[in-house]
Ligand binder design. Structure first.
Ligand code: ADP
Length: 374
């Protein structure tokens, strides 16, 4: 009766007392086993609840908490509330639960979004308590919102040039315009088509990079040659724009990477610098060692700069400081997002600093190729 099951009754006779002693011993053994199984099950259940990623809270019939696992404690702690009562934090009430029997909803807790599912536990028809499971769906919701925004952005970005192409094509079909006007219309059509081609190409590159489907070559790239090629590509554009364009390379280091993608990276940065720098301004590409095993590549301009509040967002897809301004200059809002992906795939980091009306500096730090000494 006191829970010690090691005791046995000595069986001394084979009469009824002896039978009774045997029965008591048998009963003790079975009871011991049943209790051990129960304890094992409880321990197993506790281990499962403890290690579960989802939060679990058990309430009694009055919604008083009886148990909560570590995940539940963690999720509840995210809420900015004074109370320690989980039912209050989750906004549960007995009347709601009695009416519906079970409830499932998404509840913001601090900056997290939590999916809550509450069910009643019944015993012979009577509600004995409730169990709530909590799942952090912040990331899932964020991804869904991101996907919605993304589709909306792409549709919008394609619709704008398509609308103008359609308008000009219709005007040409109607006829009645002189040769110079027709030329102008065709120029706009060509420009807008170019932009759509660029947009779809950049989107494909971005999604390829993000999905990891694109394989990078692992070539040795000499930093000075890489930057000199870029400088050559933009030299004439800068000249035509009246922008001083300089290359200052103080390293003969080598990277291991994909030359085509590295070209795209530097092209995006230099074309932005030129795009947003007016005549009389200066654009500079610099390269210098950064520590013993990295190189710092800087593209700096004295252009129009970016307002402070926009700086943290410029690497986001489709983010443009001034939509009209960027679109007029042929921007897709994907250039810096691509630049970041390419840099990160090469094991590097990219950052941007800017002052409005003073200029912008983008810094890329890339790891150098390990030199093989023979
Ligand atoms: P876009 O194709 O529009 O240039 P990016 O992703 O390359 O898109 O850049 C995002 C936004 O950041 C641009 O629209 C522009 O407003 C701003 N930006 C980028 N580089 C510069 C720069 N060098 N000077 C001023 N603004 C810049």
């Amino acid at each position: 009766a006191s829970g010690d099951f090691t005791q046995r009754v000595p069986v001394q006779s084979d009469d009824e007392i002896g039978d009774l002693a045997c029965a008591v011993n048998d009963l003790t053994h079975k009871l011991e086993q049943a209790l051990a199984t129960g304890a094992r099950e409880r321990e197993r259940l506790r281990a499962v609840l403890r290690s579960m990623g989802d939060g679990v809270i058990a309430f009694d019939g009055q919604l008083r908490p009886q148990f909560r696992n570590a995940a539940a404690k963690q999720l509840l702690a995210k809420a900015d509330v004074q109370t320690d009562d989980p039912a209050a934090v989750l906004g549960l009430s007995i009347s709601d639960l009695q009416a519906a029997g079970e409830r499932a909803f998404v509840q913001p807790l601090g900056d997290a979004l939590v999916h809550v599912h509450v069910t009643a536990i019944r015993k012979r028809g009577e509600v004995e308590g409730y169990v709530a499971t909590l799942r952090d769906v912040t990331e899932q919701e964020r991804l869904q919102a991101f996907r919605r925004d993304f589709v909306a952005n792409v549709s919008h970005e394609l619709r704008t040039p398509l609308t103008s192409v359609k308008t000009y094509v219709e005007a040409l079909q109607e006829g009645g315009y002189d040769e110079p006007t027709r030329e102008k219309f065709l120029r706009v059509i060509a420009q807008e088509t170019d932009r759509m081609v660029r947009l779809t190409r950049e989107l494909l590159q971005l999604s390829g990079l993000e999905s990891g489907n694109i394989r990078f070559a692992e070539t040795l790239v000499k930093v000075d040659e890489w930057l000199l090629r870029a400088w050559e590509r933009f030299r004439l554009t800068a000249q035509a724009q009246g922008v001083t364009f300089q290359l200052k390379c103080q390293t003969n280091a080598r990277l291991r990477g994909d030359p085509d993608w590295l070209d795209r990276l530097i092209d995006n940065l230099v074309s932005n610098a030129l795009k947003f720098t007016a005549s009389g301004g200066r654009v500079e590409i610099r390269a210098e060692p950064a520590g013993v095993d990295s190189v710092r590549v800087v593209v700096a301009d004295t252009g129009m700069g970016i307002p402070e509040e926009d700086v943290p967002h410029v690497f986001e897809r489709f983010y443009r400081v001034d939509k009209a301004r960027s679109r007029r200059r042929g921007g897709t809002g994907l250039g810096l997002a691509l630049a970041r992906e390419i840099t990160e795939r090469h094991g590097g980091t990219i950052s941007l600093t800017s002052r409005l009306n003073e200029g912008t500096t983008v810094t890329v730090v890339l790891p150098l190729a390990e030199e093989v000494t023979v």
